[in-house]
Design a protein around this ligand. Structure first.
Ligand code: ATP
Ligand code: MG
Length: 721
């Protein structure tokens, strides 16, 4: 009995109601930080402990792998059990699991491989080229988005009627050809995982029945961001059972651009007529000032279900706003604040720098690196996405499945072994004409004896190498298999020849890959009967985000606003609040998209527990161009009473002086903040602060090359630029 109490005694009344409600479909609709995820975890605990369900009867879907890991851990702590075999994961992870278990019924080869979007794009590029389609009119990237968008809606090429419009017709042709290649090579992209998993349940009564019986309760976190096919899949699983428990927040729907359907929240209510709605209104995460700012901002959106959050945790500090001169100054400011936080005894892992676009991370990374501050970037170029790692993985893949065309393309001539572009074109042609894989086409070409001896030998050399490696790898541990590839594929020798640090780093990364294989936690009793190698490869494709740096090191977290969903940090920097960046350029003339950007800003603000620092820059180099962006409209939408400006300019009492264009020694008052100057020894820099008067007057300058310096004006020979 005690245990039951511990399940609910740390909850408020509304949360308790949700956790302990009799089994039926439920919607927990509530704003950020109100305990939705906490409720979901405790609900699962309740069902196991009080309702007597086994962990096998539970399915829980989260938005990221990180969230899944955390949830598993929390359930284990709460119940003091092992939840190792519980089905908790992302939609993609769970779909993958289903497809592995039922590959045949899903009409997939046992050896199917998951490919990431990078591989997907390569295939589409090649396909567009081989069909002689003009890639300026039908850009591969846009085609990829088109294909994925169709799949997210559950639409296959064969479902689409032949359009009259030439653009659409060719687009459909590409979709068709792409599907054919994937089928032939046993490749499954991310959108395909979801679509296939849906078709698997839809078309196989026995499979559906099995999982409907097994999963007595189905739980979904961040429900507002499910897309059409994900929701359709959930509906199949819970059909006629009234056992779908979803938590979400319409104000945090931020994946509309990728096919998420906020309407699912409304549809849920009509599809599950017996459901109960519970709203949570108390926020436990943020201080009053942070929460009130977020509330005020999101109130500017018209399309809302409408709810308000309150907190009893006190107002806390005001939100700080810093206007930087440029992006370097912005990064400098942020890193200085971080250093102060750490010097005052704070942990780095409690800090997040959140930005709109991945490209913004570099400035911060450089400054963090320069000051020796450990940090971790989520979602940048992740470990498993690095070129050399992908090359090594491609060897592993093709060893496991010769028909994997994407891997074949990647490594047939990497490192170079004389399989030239023309020969590869021939292989592709034969493959396309006969609808066979590139590997089969190669075998065919060699058998036909039509190749020049040189080309024939080179190609045969590659096939033999893969076969030989496959033989040698048999019965070896995963770690040894990876080592074998790294050593014998020729990759290391090739990278050794690369000049400078790059090659060295690549070799280090390959060693790290072997290391990752050694540490890989293989679940031998996995229900899918996957062998260790296939499991590792799937892990690399699906969970690449989790493999960077040491989980235990105390480091600052850098990520896009999109990947910050669901997380919380004591100190949050929300950077680059500028028109054209955030809100993004494309969204400014579309009300729907602008509202999504505003929700994204709401997500950002509500990640902060204690302190929120917002920055924007007066000038920024963006995509190689100097821009002078206006401050983001979102800044004006936060009431001024919650904001304190920490603009350095505010510390200067003297009026801002006009700039004197002169290379002679400037007089006092010549400088303004942000003034570009040049010093004989230190080079170019920007004036940050001024102090003192007359002979004592000093300026602080941020020099591009040497960083911050205080200089006495009477000595320093500065040239105004
Ligand atoms: P988001 O919308 O950002 O995903 P959420 O609604 O899922 O937020 P949680 O992450 O579950 O919110 O909770 C926010 C924080 O508040 C967590 O640190 C959580 O532990 C804490 N919390 C939630 N409910 C309570 C409670 N009743 N008592 C104390 N702390 C709570
Ligand atoms: Mg949550």
């Amino acid at each position: 009995m005690d245990k039951n109490i511990s399940l609910i005694d740390s909850l408020n009344d509304a949360q308790r109601l949700a956790v302990s409600a009799p089994n039926r479909s439920m919607l927990i609709l509530a704003g950020a930080g109100s305990g939705k995820t906490r409720v979901l975890v405790h609900r699962i605990g309740w069902q196991i402990q009080v309702e007597g369900l086994s962990i096998h009867n539970i399915l829980a879907v989260t938005f990221t792998n990180k969230a899944a890991k955390e949830m598993r851990g929390r359930i284990e702590d709460l119940l003091n059990i092992s939840a190792h075999s519980m089905w908790i994961g992302t939609f993609h992870g769970i779909a993958h699991r289903l497809l592995r278990r039922h590959a045949k019924q899903a009409k997939l080869p046992d050896t199917f491989q998951v490919m990431d979007s990078d591989d997907q794009l390569r295939i589409i590029k090649r396909l567009v080229k081989s069909l002689n389609i003009d890639d300026t009119k039908w850009p591969p990237k846009q085609m990829m988005w088109f294909i994925n968008a169709q799949k997210d809606e559950g639409i296959r090429a064969r479902h689409m009627i032949e359009p009259n419009d030439i653009f659409q017709r060719v687009q459909l042709q590409i979709y068709k050809a792409y599907e054919a290649i994937c089928d032939r090579s046993g490749l499954v992209d991310f959108a395909e995982l979801l679509l296939r998993a849906h078709e698997l349940l839809r078309d196989n009564e026995d499979v559906l029945q099995f999982y409907q019986d097994r999963f007595k309760q189905v739980h979904v976190d961040e429900f507002q961001d499910t897309n059409t096919i994900q929701y359709a899949w959930l509906r199949l699983l819970t059909e006629g059972r009234d056992n779908l428990f979803v938590v979400g927040d319409d104000d945090q729907s931020i994946y509309g651009w990728r096919g998420a359907k906020i309407e699912n929240l409304y549809n849920f209510q009509s599809h599950y007529p017996n459901h109960q709605v519970i709203k949570l209104e108390q926020n436990y995460r943020s201080t009053g000032n942070i929460l009130k700012s977020a509330n005020a901002l999101i109130a500017k959106n018209d399309s809302r279900m409408g709810k308000e959050l309150w907190t009893d945790s006190g107002d806390g500090e005001l939100i700080s706003l810093y206007t930087a001169f440029n992006e370097q100054d912005e990064a400098y400011f942020v890193v200085e604040k971080i250093r102060k936080w750490v010097a005052d005894g704070g942990l780095r892992q409690d800090i997040a720098i959140l930005y709109r676009s991945n490209a913004q991370s570099r400035q911060f990374e450089e400054k963090l690196m320069a000051t020796g501050t450990p940090y971790r970037v989520y979602g940048g170029l992740r470990f498993f996405e690095r070129m050399e790692v992908k090359n090594a993985l491609a060897y592993l893949r093709i060893m496991s499945n010769h028909n994997d065309d994407a891997s074949f393309e990647r490594v047939v001539n990497t490192p170079t072994r004389g399989v030239g572009a023309k020969l590869i074109d021939n292989i592709r042609l034969l493959a396309r004409e006969n609808e066979i894989s590139l590997w089969q086409a190669s075998v065919e070409l060699i058998n036909q004896n039509k190749l020049t001896p040189r080309a024939g030998n080179a190609l045969k050399g590659f096939l033999d190498l893969i076969k030989r490696l496959g033989e040698e790898a048999k019965g070896k541990e995963l770690f040894d298999k990876v080592k074998l590839i790294v050593e014998k594929s020729g990759l290391v020798e090739a990278y050794k020849k690369e000049k400078g640090e790059k090659g060295e780093t690549r070799i280090e990364n390959l060693e790290e890959l072997a290391n990752a294989a050694r540490l890989f936690d293989f679940d031998e009793d996995n229900e899918e009967n996957l062998n260790e190698l296939d499991m590792f490869l799937a892990h690399a494709a699906l969970e690449s985000g989790d493999m960077q740096g040491d989980d235990y090191e105390d480091c600052v977290q850098l990520m896009t606003l999109h990947s910050a969903k669901g997380l919380e940090f004591k100190l949050v920097f929300l950077v680059g609040l500028e028109e054209g960046l955030f809100p993004s350029q494309q969204s400014t003339d579309d009300v729907g998209r602008l509202e999504e950007e505003r929700r994204l800003c709401y997500v950002g603000i509500t990640r902060a527990m204690e302190q929120l620092i917002i920055t924007h820059a007066e000038s920024r180099r963006l995509y190689g161009k100097e821009t002078y962006p206006r401050p983001s409209r979102f800044l004006k939408e936060i009431p001024a009473e919650f904001i304190q400006e920490i603009r350095i300019r505010a510390n200067v009492t003297r009026p801002v002086a006009a700039v004197k264009k002169s290379s002679s020694l400037p007089q006092a008052g010549t400088y303004r903040l942000g003034q570009r100057v040049k010093h004989i020894k230190f080079g170019e820099g920007v004036v940050l602060q001024m102090e003192g008067e007359g002979a004592q007057e000093r300026v602080q300058i941020n020099f591009q090359n040497v960083g911050l310096k205080w200089l006495m004006l009477s000595y320093a020979k500065l040239e105004v630029l």
